[in-house]
Design a protein around this ligand. Structure first.
Ligand SMILES: NC(=O)c1ccc[n+]([C@@H]2O[C@H](COP(=O)([O-])OP(=O)(O)OC[C@H]3O[C@@H](n4cnc5c(N)ncnc54)[C@H](OP(=O)(O)O)[C@@H]3O)[C@@H](O)[C@H]2O)c1
Length: 302
């Protein structure tokens, strides 16, 4: 069969492409388009839609399932230059490690001469927590996550790095400031215990998600608690990794009593809530037997 590929902005045709079987997936069709039609971008840059302003078709869907027939028109959007999915994560998480540990050294450029100013126990603990968190995320990106995407638009690299690196400098500047006043040690150690628990919970969910997907596949399943008690949060929410992540930053903010840390926790919570609501909606659409009692991110609330 033959399908016509159009530019969604101008509706001008890129050309036609011959397909042997309607059983091929959208991902395979992207490769075929790149091979058969001149002047089309690399397959990784192609997004295909059934309508000019419609949604991007899912890579794993077959043309048969989407109702694509002989003569169907498909719209091709060029997503622009791409960069490896993991590369973006590695860059955005390596920055917070380097920037925080640099500011922790109290560089002259920020604080002037600080030779006589003592660094508080809380500032040491905060630096250890920050390092633990981002070292964990770097290692998870390399050894744990099984991502289904290979690339993303290169502009995400600048956007994500600006967010993480910028917030890190803002938080680190205040927590490591010679005039920083730590709260009482009971509050610090209590919040530290909460932070560690949330980090363990977040890690447990990442392992649970990894085990859902066979290596090299893009399989998606309904996540469920496993033998690890920290995964029981799945009985209440669809994205417990986000719940734990928010918890970790709330405890970090309590531990340091620092407003910039609270703002970082709030910004992350806002973003993750939006993503969790989207993921929760998708789970309910994708799986008829999806547990009805689950909320998206905050047990019993949202
Ligand atoms: N502080 C912040 O502002 C902030 C913001 C966002 C994230 N984070 C942290 O970064 C971590 C990772 O974020 P994320 O947004 O990538 O998390 P995510 O969407 O939950 O994905 C984590 C991994 O699990 C896979 N996965 C998700 N649902 C699956 C399912 N139903 N079946 C099989 N595999 C599935 C994902 O693959 P796919 O590639 O298919 O999605 C990905 O490899 C978060 O847990 C959080 O700790 C922090």
């Amino acid at each position: 069969m033959e399908v016509e590929i159009l530019n969604p902005k101008t509706s001008k045709p890129y050309g036609k492409c011959n397909i042997e079987s309607p059983k091929i997936t959208v991902s395979e069709l992207r490769q075929i388009i790149q091979k058969q039609i001149k002047n089309t971008p690399h397959a990784d840059r192609i997004s295909l839609k059934l309508e000019a302003k419609g949604k991007t078709l899912k890579d794993s869907d077959t043309l048969e399932k989407l109702g694509v027939r002989n003569g169907t028109k498909l719209y091709l959007k060029d997503l622009g230059p791409q960069i490896g999915w993991s590369t973006v994560f590695l860059a955005e998480y390596a920055g917070p490690l380097a920037v925080y540990l640099w500011v922790y050294q109290r560089p002259y450029i920020f604080y002037g001469d600080t030779t006589d100013a003592v660094i508080s126990t809380t500032a040491h603990i905060a630096a250890a927590c920050w390092t633990l968190h981002y070292a964990k995320r770097l290692l998870e990106t390399i050894f744990v996550h099984r991502f289904s995407h290979s690339t993303m638009p290169i502009r995400n690299l600048f956007k994500n790095c600006a967010y993480y690196w910028g917030f890190t400098a803002y938080v680190a500047f205040h927590v490591n400031h010679p005039l920083f006043t730590p709260p009482c040690l009971m509050q610090v150690y209590g919040a530290l215990a909460g932070f560690i628990l949330c980090e363990l919970g977040n890690f447990s969910i990442h392992i649970n998600l990894r085990n859902l997907r066979p290596p090299g596949s893009k399989v998606r399943k309904i996540p469920k608690p496993d033998g690890n008690p920290l995964t029981k949060l799945y009985n209440f929410v669809s994205c417990p990794n986000y719940t734990y992540e928010i918890g970790a930053w709330v405890f970090f903010s309590i531990m340091t009593s620092c407003i910039p840390a609270g703002l970082f926790a709030f910004a992350g919570a806002y973003q993750m809530t939006i993503w969790a609501l989207g993921k929760h909606r998708n789970y309910k659409k994708e799986f008829n037997d999806y547990p009805k009692s689950r909320k998206a991110i905050f047990p019993f609330l949202l």
